[in-house]
Design a protein around this ligand. Structure first.
Ligand code: DQA
Length: 148
């Protein structure tokens, strides 16, 4: 049975999870998140890799490098969601299916967070469920990949 390659891609400031605005983003650190994701990956037919960067071009380079290597991206672009046409273009260029994830409910926050440059080209979008959003996205990605 084919093993799928999933990429969890996190944008600027997500390295500071558990330190930054705990009332919004919760107490779990990025390593807590990755440990839990590793446990999940042992149970499913997938290899899961992770990349986080505070630099827009690093995120875009990572998307480019994923071409023909990664079957599905679970992407929390953090603030780049609301600003980056370059991010959108990179996703369109490689044409890898992806789910957009946000820990917080971006629609219950400031108006500038309501706009996403990538939601309309995503398979789906999950927000407001904290780190659980990543786990649901992994499940949805696997269902999507098995079907295509
Ligand atoms: C975020 C929401 C963004 O608006 C914000 O800039 C982030 C995190 C989230 O996961 O809720 O850094 O993507």
């Amino acid at each position: 049975m084919k093993k799928f390659n999933l990429l969890i891609l996190n944008g600027p400031n997500l390295n500071l999870l558990s330190l930054r605005e705990k009332n919004i983003y919760g107490n779990k650190s990025i390593s807590d998140l990755l440990n839990e994701i590793n446990l999940i990956s042992n149970k499913i037919n997938a290899r899961i890799t992770h990349f986080q960067s505070n630099a827009e071009h690093e995120i875009i380079n990572c998307i480019h490098k994923s071409y023909k290597k990664i079957n599905f991206i679970i992407l929390n672009p953090s603030a780049l969601t609301h600003t980056s046409v370059a991010l959108r273009d990179s996703l369109l260029s490689v044409n890898i299916p992806f789910i957009e994830v946000h820990l917080s409910n971006i629609f219950s926050r400031e108006k500038f967070r309501h706009r996403s440059y990538i939601s309309d080209i995503a398979i789906g979008m999950i927000c407001g469920l904290g780190v659980n959003g990543y786990y649901f996205a992994i499940k949805a990605a696997m269902k999507y990949l098995v079907k295509i």
